[in-house]
Structures are given as structure tokens and as C-alpha cells.
Design a protein around this ligand. Structure first.
Ligand SMILES: [Fe+2]
Ligand SMILES: [Fe+2]
Length: 307
């Protein structure tokens, strides 16, 4: 256990909420292929989440189950258990979009097979002997997850505020999936970083694993967009470019390139804490009105009533 845990910064108590997994479900039959009307590029850029998150968030859960024995702070342990429950639910919800894409002529299997390999094999447990090497690899993965969660919180905050998608008539079910997920990412945004500080917190590791995570996300995302554009049955030689992304960022249907760039030094600042990013109040306000989260809550209340 690291001696550094004594100075772990934490979110204000007022900001702290008990994390629970809301067991949502979505019906995809009315969602069109281009769920941002007339804009396949924006649709597919966001669709890449459905390719990366099922395997990625399963991997978070797999790694965190191994870290639980190293947590000596009871409150952090509760947060991590809540985080595991939420990420498992997110993974499943995005996975359930994939059959719908297949029905619309977009079979994601060639891409998801590579993503599965990445998370299960390359980032898997490996056959390391017990001891230092195995511990090093576990800490490395905990730090990678903290870096990725900086971006899931960034994207969660972005989608909660992406009013341009509403103005463009984006599909309400897809928006609810993204905003329910984004709101829970904002809600639990401090957990991964606090866990990293608790079990390790080494600054050089934070920088190194940020570079790995950011580079991998950029690589996988652009490949995913190209894959979807090339395989979209309505597109003739569908292409994707950096300019397409930049212009969507300017119009507000995708995150602005400048905001992505500005998020980098924030994570690398020694004073960084995720509670400085996004708004818990806004996330909870969305979860209070999210059709899927409300249905999950009603089902839970019904179960309690029947018990
Ligand atoms: Fe998630
Ligand atoms: Fe998350």
C-alpha cells in the first residue's frame, strides 16, 4: 500500500452521492440508422461508443474486482463497488445497440473483434508471476482507467449540454442512452482518480498512462468512424476526415477540438481533481428526468412495494 494515501484529495462531502446502478432498458426499433438526421458523420462518430464501451467497461469491472483487496478506505470501497455496478450496466446497454445496427446493415463484428482482443488479451491479466510484476501491471491498468475516466466525464459533461443535437432532431432514445450514461459518468467521475491516488498516485505513472490512454482512444476512435462510414449501406465510398470532426465541433454536434486540447493540461496538472470538471447537480437533475432512469426507478419502487 502506498504511503501517499494520506493526502488523497477527495470531492467535497456536499458533492458526494451514493452510487447505485440504475437498471435501464431501451427500445431501439424506432431509431433510424442516421439518428442525427442527415448527418452520418456525427451519427457514426458517436456510434463508436457502442463499439468501444461494451469491452472497455467490462475490462474496468474486471480490473477493479482485482483492486478491491487493496482498498483500506471504507468510503472509497463503497464508491468503487457502486462504480463497478454502474459500468457493468453501461457496458450492457451499449452492447444492446449492436443487434440494431446489424439489422440496419451495419455489422460491427470485424471492428468489435479487434476491440475485444485489445481489452481481453493486450490489456488482460497476462501470465505474470505473483509479486512485483503482477502488481506493477495492476497499478498501470488502474492508472489507465483513471485517465480514460477523465474523458468519459468530459464526454458526459459535453452530451448533457449538447443542445445542438436536440435542435437537429436527434433520436430521443439514443440521446437518453447517451445522457443517462453521461450523467452517471459525471456522477462517478472522481472514483477512478481517487482509487489511483489511494493505491499508487505516482505522478510519472499518471503522465505515462495518460499518453497511452489518449493515444489509444484517438487511434481507436478514428478507426471506428472510418469503419462505420466505409460500411454504411447508404454511403458510396463514405469517408471521414479531421476537418469533418473540426466543423462538427464548431457547430456543436460533436465536442469542440479546442475543448479536447484544453482538457489535456487539466488532467496533467498536479492540482487536478475530477470534481473540478462537470456538475454533479446537473447530472442528478438529468437522471431525475431521464425516461430510462425514471422507468428503472419505478420498477425498483414496484419491487419494493411488492416485497
Ligand atoms: Fe460508463
Ligand atoms: Fe465511468
Amino acid at each position: 500500500m502506498s504511503h501517499k494515501q494520506a493526502r488523497v484529495p477527495q470531492a467535497d462531502d456536499a458533492e458526494r452521492v451514493a452510487l447505485t446502478a440504475r437498471k435501464v432498458s431501451f427500445s431501439w426499433e424506432d431509431t433510424p440508422l442516421h439518428w442525427v438526421p442527415g448527418d452520418p458523420f456525427t451519427t457514426h462518430t458517436i456510434n463508436v461508443l457502442h463499439l468501444l464501451l461494451p469491452a472497455g467497461e467490462r475490462w474496468f469491472v474486471h480490473v477493479y474486482r482485482q483492486v478491491l483487496p487493496y482498498i483500506t478506505d471504507e468510503r472509497l470501497r463503497e464508491d468503487v463497488i457502486g462504480f463497478i455496478g454502474q459500468e457493468a450496466t453501461h457496458s450492457q446497454a451499449h452492447d444492446e445497440v449492436l443487434p440494431h445496427l446489424r439489422e440496419q446493415g451495419l455489422d460491427p463484428t470485424p471492428y468489435t473483434a479487434q476491440v475485444d482482443w485489445l481489452f481481453e488479451k493486450l490489456l488482460g491479466d497476462r501470465t505474470l508471476p505473483p509479486g512485483r510484476a503482477r502488481h506493477w501491471w495492476l497499478m498501470e491498468r488502474v492508472a489507465i482507467i483513471a485517465a480514460i475516466e477523465h474523458y468519459t466525464a468530459f464526454l458526459g459533461d459535453w452530451i448533457l449540454n449538447a443542445e445542438e443535437l436536440d435542435r437537429r432532431g436527434a433520436d430521443p432514445t439514443m440521446l437518453d442512452l447517451l445522457r443517462w450514461h453521461g450523467a452517471e459518468e459525471v456522477e462517478h467521475r472522481s472514483v477512478a482518480f481517487e482509487l489511483f491516488l489511494h493505491v499508487d498516485g505516482d505522478y510519472r505513472r499518471r503522465v505515462r498512462t495518460w499518453a497511452t490512454a489518449f493515444g489509444a482512444l484517438m487511434f481507436l476512435w478514428q478507426r471506428g468512424i472510418r469503419f462505420f462510414m466505409a460500411n454504411d449501406p447508404t454511403q458510396v465510398a463514405g469517408k471521414a476526415s479531421v476537418k469533418d470532426f473540426y466543423l462538427r465541433g464548431r457547430s456543436g454536434t460533436l465536442p469542440a477540438t479546442g475543448e479536447i486540447v484544453k482538457s489535456i493540461p487539466r488532467y496533467l496538472a498536479r492540482s487536478y481533481h475530477p470534481s473540478q470538471e462537470g456538475s454533479t447537480a446537473q447530472a442528478l437533475a438529468y437522471l431525475a428526468v431521464s425516461p430510462a432512469a425514471r422507468a428503472a426507478e419505478a420498477a425498483l419502487d414496484g419491487g419494493r412495494g411488492a416485497a
